[in-house]
Design a protein around this ligand. Structure first.
Ligand code: GDP
Ligand code: IMO
Ligand code: MG
Length: 427
């Protein structure tokens, strides 16, 4: 039995998809435990190049069960689209299950998100996928859950009860109200197409754990965008932090055996909010690229150019504290191959004073990053598969990360494809 939780240690897009695809080789079940189709998880393997939004990246492992878990908000139309796309690439999607307690993300959630963003009311640069509004409905007990797809009578009662409030909100924001017939038809269609995949996820997950299987929980986004612990209000509406995997899936935290923090060898973020180590102007091109390559820094969900910057150790230290990582996966070390010198932010100063905590978003806008400069390695790392073959300065770079976080680096990504990785045996 083993329960591994894998989460992002920065601002999202750290390379979670690649690492989940790689380590799911030894998993019996992979569970996405929060978020919705705001995610874009890139996988490059022998089956092709994929950007997954809702389906766990363990889907490529034959026979592996995959679960869209309870903590998620799922747009059924997007899920069906993703299933169809994978099937048309010859991927077996039979073992994709959906938690009966997962929230159904409805068309009006998307409309409300778009209206809020376009009027600048929230102004946080969401993915416009309706994520915040679906979670808001969950909190105010107005959401429909996948279990409702299996119960037409109750579904109709719920729909009739919630729709007047939803329509009033749509109109108040400058949108149009939706007819009950339109939504009823959608729900009927989703019930028909997805009903057979719905499971009681609590017994599904706990039975798997108790029968000795290996489970991998895949997070969405990263620590700095956690609704409680991140750069509020520039955050998502769920908890991309490891402990939430147990809360959402309904298993005891004592069962967790490994917590993997995924990070990029530099920093990136998309959307509004503070980003202390940002590189502005033409220099950013070195990390961002043009968008032509699968590993260029453009949103896998929205296509927006990502902000890029130097590695930020205060962010990593904070992510380690709140998650309790037992190992790290450092992706994109190959993107540093050509630098003469590399900058690393080692601490922040606020109003001239060094600080040892992660400040509020407002203060983070004002912090002054303190950098050290380390020599680059000027060696191509993409072909390297053994840790011992890495250039000495690349090893030193990784050691700086280990020392700052107190966590060993177990996986090192040297390219976007599944096999472009170095695995270390750590205790
Ligand atoms: P996720 O949301 O955490 O799954 O990450 P994304 O897929 O949104 O973004 C990560 C980007 O980095 C994608 O373009 C990946 O193809 C790419 N990537 C991941 N690991 C590596 C690596 O080790 N080297 C390179 N060059 N690209 C990588
Ligand atoms: P993965 O899983 C990067 C960002 C948005 C915005 C904020 C809130 O691929 O790492 P939301 O649509 O969730 O209400 O937007 O969060 N965001 C992401 N940034 N990667 C993601 O997912 C993201 N999902 C949301 O840009 O700043
Ligand atoms: Mg992504």
């Amino acid at each position: 039995m083993s329960v591994t939780i894998l989460v992002g240690a920065q601002f999202g897009d750290e390379g979670k998809g690649k690492i989940v695809d790689y380590i799911s080789a030894s998993a019996d079940m992979v569970v996405r435990f929060q978020g919705g189709d705001n995610a874009g998880h890139t996988v490059v393997n022998e089956r092709g190049a994929f950007k997954l939004h809702l389906i766990p990246c363990g889907i490529f492992k034959k026979g592996c069960k995959t679960l869209a878990g309870t903590g998620m908000v799922i747009n059924p139309d997007e899920l069906l689209k993703e299933l169809d796309e994978l099937e048309s690439s010859g991927i077996d999607v039979e073992h994709l299950y959906i938690s009966s307690r997962a929230i159904i993300l409805m068309p009006y959630h998307i409309e409300l998100d778009c209206l809020s963003e376009s009027t600048g009311r929230t102004g946080i640069g969401t993915t416009k996928r309706g994520i915040g509004y679906a979670y808001a409905d969950r909190a105010r007990r107005d959401a429909l859950r996948f279990e409702n797809l299996l119960d037409p009578e109750y579904r109709e009662i719920r729909l009739q009860r919630i729709l007047p409030t939803i329509n009033a909100e749509l109109v108040a924001k400058g949108g149009k109200s939706l007819s009950i017939e339109f939504l009823r038809e959608k729900l009927n269609y989703w019930a028909e197409r997805l009903g057979h995949r719905i499971v009681d996820a609590v017994s599904f997950v706990n039975d798997s754990i108790n029968s000795g299987e290996k489970l991998l929980f895949e997070g969405q986004l990263g620590a700095m965008k956690d609704i409680d612990l991140g750069i509020y209000p520039y955050v998502t509406s769920s908890n991309p932090t490891a402990a939430y995997a147990a809360v959402a899936a309904g298993f005891p935290i004592s069962k967790i055996t490994e917590i993997i923090g995924v990070l990029k060898a530099f920093s990136s973020a998309v959307g509004t909010g503070p980003f202390p180590t940002e590189i502005k102007g033409d220099e950013a091109y070195v990390f961002r690229g043009t968008g032509e390559n699968i590993d260029d820094e453009f949103g896998a969900r929205t296509g927006r150019a990502r902000q890029v910057g130097w590695l930020d150790l205060p962010v990593l230290k904070y992510a380690s504290i709140i998650n309790g990582f037992t190992s790290l996966a450092v992706c994109k070390i190959d993107k540093l191959d050509d630098f003469d010198e590399i900058k690393i932010c080692v601490k922040y100063k606020l109003d001239g004073m060094e600080i040892n905590h992660m400040p509020s978003a407002r203060e983070l806008e004002r912090v002054e990053p303190v950098y050290i400069t380390v020599p680059g390695w000027k060696t191509q790392t993409r072909q390297i598969r053994q840790y011992s073959d890495l250039p000495i300065n690349a090893k030193k770079y990784l050691e700086i990360i280990e020392k700052a976080t107190g966590v060993p680096v177990k996986y090192i990504g040297v390219g976007p494809a599944r096999d472009e990785i170095i695995t270390r045996n750590i205790k």
